[in-house]
Write a protein that binds this ligand. Structure first.
Ligand code: ADP
Length: 336
């Protein structure tokens, strides 16, 4: 599809360039021929002063026509040559331009189809598990109420996974534009308090201590969405930390930006995984199943998208077995 689009775009660019070149050549040719004709006309009195008989007029006319024809030929050949050179150069340039124009579209389409394939795969896994469990149960003539209950419990677990996944997909789709954001001056301290509050059930369920040392620095953003980013980072920090360890939230200001960091002493992320953790559906350690961590690899991509919509970014540093630091960079509020 993209090959033919590239070809068509190249042909269109080339057509436009050649049309300009040909029109320019025709104008140049006509002007030059006109000038040449006038030049030769102007030379007539000069020749007349040497020759006075009647045959001169005819002789000069012959000379003039011959000169004109030769010059016109030379000009035509030169213009054809120049246009051929332009055709070759413009062909190359048009192809390069067409590739350049279509590349971002091609990449976006590729990412979209990769995302659809990943999402379908993730949706299919719990559905297949449920389907096969139900089929086996239906084939069993001696299915006891206890077995039925176990089956329903297992199905409910799969449904919960599907719900988590569809919520994640929905959140990812929601954060596609800046339009729905209510940007204003927001205190980072308020954002961190909101996030800790939102994660209070998770914090209580795990023996991990959370220290909130975030300063009331004013940034420019949407309080709700920034809370969501921090909740994602906090959730991960708690989820991937061993019991009795601690998670710290800190902030600092540098230049026109505020930096909010979430430090954990958890299992860390390997150097080979670190560049990919913000990709959709990427999970560094697949041996730790979703059942344990409840993740689908969507959290960090949602967080990254929100940060970018704020004109900021998220970066991670980590050491396997020692812990990780996720830092959210946000533009300071103009009033601060
Ligand atoms: P998930 O829902 O799987 O946690 P995320 O997008 O939030 O998805 O994270 C992607 C992957 O990055 C996780 O599966 C995990 O392997 C890794 N990760 C994220 N945060 C941390 C952390 N604080 N410590 C260790 N690994 C982490």
């Amino acid at each position: 599809m993209f090959k033919s689009a590239t070809f068509r775009l190249t042909a269109s660019y080339l057509g436009i360039l050649m049309a300009i070149s040909i029109i320019f050549s025709l104008v140049l040719y006509n002007v030059s021929v006109h000038e040449l004709h006038n030049d030769l006309r102007r030379q007539l009195p000069y020749f007349q002063q040497f020759q006075t008989d009647d045959s001169f007029g005819q002789g000069f006319a012959g000379f003039e026509t011959q000169q004109e024809i030769t010059s016109k030929h030379r000009l035509q050949i030169q213009l054809i040559l120049v246009n051929l050179i332009i055709l070759v150069a413009a062909g190359g340039a048009s192809y390069w331009l067409a590739r350049r124009s279509l590349k971002p579209i091609e990449e976006a389409l590729e990412a979209q189809s990769r995302f659809t394939a990943d999402a379908s795969h993730e949706l299919r896994t719990p559905l297949t598990a449920m389907k096969s469990e139900i089929e086996v149960a239906l084939r069993d003539p001696k299915l006891s109420p206890k077995d039925t209950k176990a089956l329903l419990a297992s199905n409910l677990e799969e449904i919960n996974k599907l719900e988590t996944l569809s919520n994640g997909l929905l959140r990812l789709a929601q954060h596609n534009s800046e339009d729905d954001k209510a940007f204003s001056a927001v205190s980072l301290a308020k954002v961190s308090t909101d996030a800790v509050e939102r994660m209070s059930t998770v914090i209580k369920s795990r023996p991990v201590k959370v220290f909130n040392e975030v300063e009331p620095t004013m940034v420019w953003g949407d309080r709700q969405h920034l809370t969501e980013v921090l909740a994602i980072l906090l959730d991960n920090a708690i989820k991937y930390s061993p019991a009795k360890s601690s998670v710290r939230l800190t902030s600092r200001v540098q230049g026109n930006f505020a930096y909010l960091s979430v430090h954990d002493k958890g299992k860390g992320i390997g150097a080979e995984d670190l560049p990919h953790i913000f990709d959709r559906f990427y999970r560094a350690d697949t041996s730790r199943s979703k059942d344990k961590t409840g993740g689908y690899g969507l959290g960090l991509s949602i967080a990254k998208k929100i940060a970018e919509l704020h004109g900021g970014s998220i970066e991670a540093t980590s050491q396997l077995g020692k812990g990780s630091v996720f830092t959210l960079k946000l533009p300071l509020s103009i009033d601060s």
